[in-house]
Ligand binder design. Structure first.
Ligand SMILES: *[C@@H]1O[C@H](CO)[C@@H](O)[C@H](O)[C@H]1NC(C)=O
Ligand SMILES: *[C@@H]1O[C@H](CO)[C@@H](O)[C@H](O)[C@H]1NC(C)=O
Ligand SMILES: *[C@@H]1O[C@H](CO)[C@@H](O)[C@H](O)[C@H]1NC(C)=O
Ligand SMILES: *[C@@H]1O[C@H](CO)[C@@H](O)[C@H](O)[C@H]1NC(C)=O
Ligand SMILES: *[C@@H]1O[C@H](CO)[C@@H](O)[C@H](O)[C@H]1NC(C)=O
Ligand SMILES: *[C@@H]1O[C@H](CO)[C@@H](O)[C@H](O)[C@H]1NC(C)=O
Ligand SMILES: *[C@@H]1O[C@H](CO)[C@@H](O)[C@H](O)[C@H]1NC(C)=O
Ligand SMILES: *[C@@H]1O[C@H](CO)[C@@H](O)[C@H](O)[C@H]1NC(C)=O
Ligand SMILES: *[C@@H]1O[C@H](CO)[C@@H](O)[C@H](O)[C@H]1NC(C)=O
Ligand SMILES: *[C@@H]1O[C@H](CO)[C@@H](O)[C@H](O)[C@H]1NC(C)=O
Ligand SMILES: *[C@@H]1O[C@H](CO)[C@@H](O)[C@H](O)[C@H]1NC(C)=O
Ligand SMILES: *[C@@H]1O[C@H](CO)[C@@H](O)[C@H](O)[C@H]1NC(C)=O
Length: 751
């Protein structure tokens, strides 16, 4: 498109030039005065410029006197009162004078029948131009001389023209065969011609009976064999005469201002080639007659395209011109289309160019910055991946192919996309271990993404093990770990999304609590106990959850418990029964023994579970500052109530209404055992689980014996029942049974 536009503009420019040149060619030639005021400036066709003139007032000196003879038609001009006719006068210092031809003719018997030897005297201001003119002799039996005066001395030179036959003659060649030419000296003002014959034409008369001699402007005469005869009818031929003012130098002439001939402003003086006198000329850019006062006029070069090189707009100035670019174009107009640049100005162009350059540079810099950032980020991701034990995890996952389809390593990008770049609106929970976001995976799965707090470098191995173990758990009451992301500084864990809130909400929100029946509560307790029992006895290394609380037990739409938040969980190596860690957990649920000793055991979870159990029974807050100081902690309140045998005063309404008092009492006893101050005294989770499971069975199946421990223990064991375990030592009451004909839930039954 741009290219076409440029071509179109060029075409237009060409058309404009053609049009303007046509119009300027049609204008009349320059019109300026050449003669003095009131002087005749013409004679017939001849224009007579000053210093020449036809009357004394009109010529500069007598040397420039011109006679115009009006008896001729058209009138003819002559130098002074001579017979030298002038055919042209030029202000360049030359004129053309017509000179008579000398001839010499013979008859058959060798007698001269016709002869003339003309001569001319030029006035002091005129000399014959020695380079433009040639002395020429035509004939086949002749020689001739040109002679006269140059300055104040004589001169003479000659030429011989001979030929034997007419076909010796060569057209255009004056090398002596029928035609001879020679140069003349400088500064000649008197010219005489004479002709002679060697043999009186006796030998050549048959084809040539005349010879001729003349001084002629070289370019005006070309020899032809016919000229041997046809020149007889020609009277005069032109010769070039130079003219100049005076006989001194420019410097001499300028000393006398009144006689100095270069009268015009914008004129100058120069010496002719022959060094005789001086001449005047207009300065460049001016034209006219430099010998007149206001003779040199400015030349409007713009009128004549031959005088200017402007392609577009030409502006005439005194003595010159300049080329301008069309409106809207800037630059050097003399270069035409290429020189003119479209635009506000060159500075604007420059500024635009520079700013464009800067913008490009900035863009490149910005791109480099982004690229570096991206690389740095990639490097960081790789570093974090390694730091977070990615290789270890990958290795382990690849080794255990079975688990690889349940646990995925997500990329940071995937999770950013899933959480709308960790938008605050996606936060569904905040806890001691980090923030939980809701996320949407591309396969429409809804997930919970936990952004953990920074991981202690030396616990990475454990973290990885945890991830591995959790990914293997696949317990139906444990929130499923779908995967993790290790590319971020803090690892991100991706869980299945449980949609019905926490147990905490369901207990403590009055509206929700109404729908939480005793049966459901018991089932939640059983499920939770099952999970903890499973964790504590799991695989190679028991896992201590460390943060069992109602807020960490999620409920799905069927109010089935899903234990979550293993962020604080610790593996307890099997050769150790306790682990020394910083105390971690939630006030109210925290095992007082652990708090004192920093020694973490599975029994800490048992304590916390006891608190949850009490929470389920009473529906009371775990910590309440409304209560008296010693009863602020729910555990303390519960224990004191139990001591005073006032259990039924603090039970939740629903529980109270729906629950079997005996059964409630037994659950309360389990809780009480769990809340034993000494960890060793607490039952283990497996025992608790079985006991609660047993109580549930008892509820559904009243036939299950609930009698005295000692009674049933032996018989049941003998009868092939499994899993009956005595829990308590002090007033031990709880025993769980699994009848043979009932499905026994295996430990970690979901696996
Ligand atoms: C030339 O100039 C004279 C006066 O200076 C004027 O009268 C005459 O019309 C001009 N001729 C042309 C063709 O311009
Ligand atoms: C001189 O003028 C006449 C008419 O006035 C013209 O026919 C002739 O060609 C002109 N001669 C020259 C040399 O200009
Ligand atoms: C003009 O020319 C004619 C014929 O050549 C001549 O008789 C006459 O004297 C001339 N007139 C002048 C003024 O020179
Ligand atoms: C021309 O005039 C001058 C004087 O003005 C005179 O001496 C000379 O003889 C004249 N020549 C001719 C050819 O009339
Ligand atoms: C010279 O020869 C030409 C023709 O060639 C003739 O017309 C002329 O009369 C001759 N002149 C003389 C003097 O014989
Ligand atoms: C030459 O010829 C002319 C006529 O053409 C004649 O008058 C003359 O006497 C002749 N002369 C000689 C010497 O033959
Ligand atoms: C120059 O030539 C003329 C004749 O043309 C002669 O009278 C004169 O003496 C010559 N002068 C010199 C210096 O030769
Ligand atoms: C040529 O003619 C002249 C007289 O006209 C004569 O004196 C001369 O001897 C002649 N020369 C020749 C070579 O015939
Ligand atoms: C010389 O002869 C040629 C050819 O006929 C002719 O055109 C020319 O005008 C002649 N030269 C002169 C000066 O008469
Ligand atoms: C120049 O011309 C003057 C008269 O116009 C004359 O007196 C003088 O001698 C000349 N000088 C030369 C070098 O010809
Ligand atoms: C200058 O020239 C004028 C006229 O040509 C003349 O009358 C005068 O004497 C000259 N002056 C000088 C200083 O040569
Ligand atoms: C003689 O004529 C030629 C060609 O026109 C020119 O270049 C030269 O300047 C002339 N000589 C003088 C002294 O004017």
């Amino acid at each position: 498109m741009g290219f076409l536009q440029i071509q179109f503009i060029k075409l237009l420019a060409i058309l404009v030039i053609i049009a303007s040149s046509k119009s300027s060619l049609s204008t009349t030639p320059p019109n300026f005065t050449i003669a003095r005021p009131n002087c005749i400036n013409r004679c017939g066709n001849l224009s007579i410029p000053y210093p020449f003139g036809t009357t004394p007032d009109c010529y500069q000196s007598y040397g420039f006197f011109v006679t115009c003879n009006h008896t001729f038609n058209p009138p003819q001009a002559f130098i002074q009162n001579s017979s030298i006719e002038i055919s042209d006068i030029s202000l360049d210092g030359q004129l053309k004078a017509l000179q008579f031809i000398a001839h010499d003719c013979y008859n058959q018997n060798g007698t001269r029948v016709s002869y003339n030897d003309p001569w001319i005297d030029l006035p002091i201001s005129l000399t014959v131009n020695n380079t433009a003119n040639k002395f020429t002799i035509i004939g086949c039996d002749t020689y001739g001389f040109i002679f006269g005066r140059r300055l104040d001395r004589n001169y003479s030179t000659g030429c011989t023209a001979i030929c034997d036959a007419k076909d010796d003659l060569i057209a255009g060649s004056c090398a002596g065969l029928g035609c001879c030419q020679t140069s003349i000296p400088k500064q000649v003002w008197r010219v005489g011609l004479s002709l002679w014959s060697y043999e009186n034409y006796s030998n050549v008369w048959s084809f040539d009976n005349c010879s001729y001699a003349f001084l002629v402007e070289e370019s005006a005469f070309t020899f032809s064999p016919e000229n041997l005869t046809n020149l007889r009818s020609v009277e005069k031929l032109p010769m070039v005469v130079d003219w100049a003012i005076g006989n001194g130098t420019c410097e001499e002439a300028q000393m006398n201002a009144s006689s100095y001939a270069c009268k015009s402003v914008n004129s100058r003086c120069y010496k002719p080639d022959n060094g005789y006198g001086y001449r005047c000329s207009c300065l460049e850019g001016y034209q006219g007659n430099p010998y007149l006062l206001r003779g040199c006029q400015d030349v409007d070069e713009c009128e004549d395209p031959r005088l200017n090189i402007c392609e577009k707009r030409c502006v005439n100035t005194m003595g010159g011109f300049h080329c301008a670019c069309p409106k809207g174009y800037y630059g050097d107009g003399r270069k035409g289309g290429q020189g003119c640049i479209r635009g506000e100005s060159l500075a604007f162009k420059l500024a635009a160019g520079i700013s464009l350059g800067i913008i490009v540079l900035l863009l490149i810099a910005y791109w480099l910055h982004l690229e570096l950032k991206r690389r740095r980020q990639t490097k960081m991701r790789q570093m974090f991946f390694l730091q977070n034990g990615g290789m270890l995890l990958q290795e382990k996952i690849s080794r255990k192919e079975r688990s690889s389809d349940t646990t995925t390593i997500f990329s940071e990008f995937e999770l950013q996309k899933a959480t709308n770049n960790f938008d605050n609106n996606m936060i569904i929970g905040k806890g001691g271990f980090g923030i939980v976001y809701k996320g949407f995976l591309p396969d429409n799965r809804i997930v919970a993404i936990k952004k953990s707090k920074e991981v202690d470098q030396n616990q990475i191995e454990q973290f990885i093990n945890e991830v591995i173990i959790l990914s293997q758990i696949n317990h139906r009451n444990v929130v499923k770990l779908l995967g993790c992301c290790l590319e971020t500084q803090v690892p991100l864990l991706v869980y299945e999304f449980i949609n019905n809130g926490t147990l905490f909400e369901h207990i403590h929100n009055k509206a929700k609590a109404r729908f939480l029946s005793w049966e459901t509560r018991l089932k939640i307790a059983a499920d939770t106990a099952n999970v903890l029992a499973y964790l504590h006895s799991a695989a190679s290394m028991p896992i201590v959850h460390r943060d069992v609380k109602s807020a960490n037990i999620l409920l799905d739409h069927t109010l089935t418990a899903k234990v979550s938040d293993f962020g604080a969980s610790r593996l307890v190596p099997s050769d150790q029964t306790q682990l020394s860690t910083l105390v971690h957990g939630t006030l109210g649920y925290l095992d007082p023994e652990y708090m004192l000793t920093n020694q973490l055991t599975e029994k800490s979870d048992v304590y916390s579970f006891g608190v949850v159990l009490v929470e389920l029974l009473t529906g009371k807050k775990v910590l309440s500052f409304d209560r008296p100081e010693e009863e602020r902690g729910l555990a303390n309140l519960f224990l004191s109530v139990m001591k005073e045998d006032r259990l039924f005063e603090i039970l939740e309404e629903n529980v109270m209404r729906e629950g079997n008092k005996k059964q409630l009492m037994k659950v309360a006893m389990v809780a009480k055992n769990c809340l034993h101050l000494k960890g060793d005294e607490r039952p283990c989770m497996k025992e608790v689980e079985m006991e609660i499971a047993g109580l549930m069975m008892g509820e559904k199946h009243p036939w299950v014996p609930t009698g005295h421990d000692e009674e049933v223990k032996g018989s049941l064991l003998e009868g092939g029942f499994s899993g009956a375990i005595n829990v308590g030592e002090d007033n031990s009451t709880s025993i769980g049974f699994y009848a043979k004909d009932h499905v026994m839930l295996p430990i970690g039954g979901g696996r």
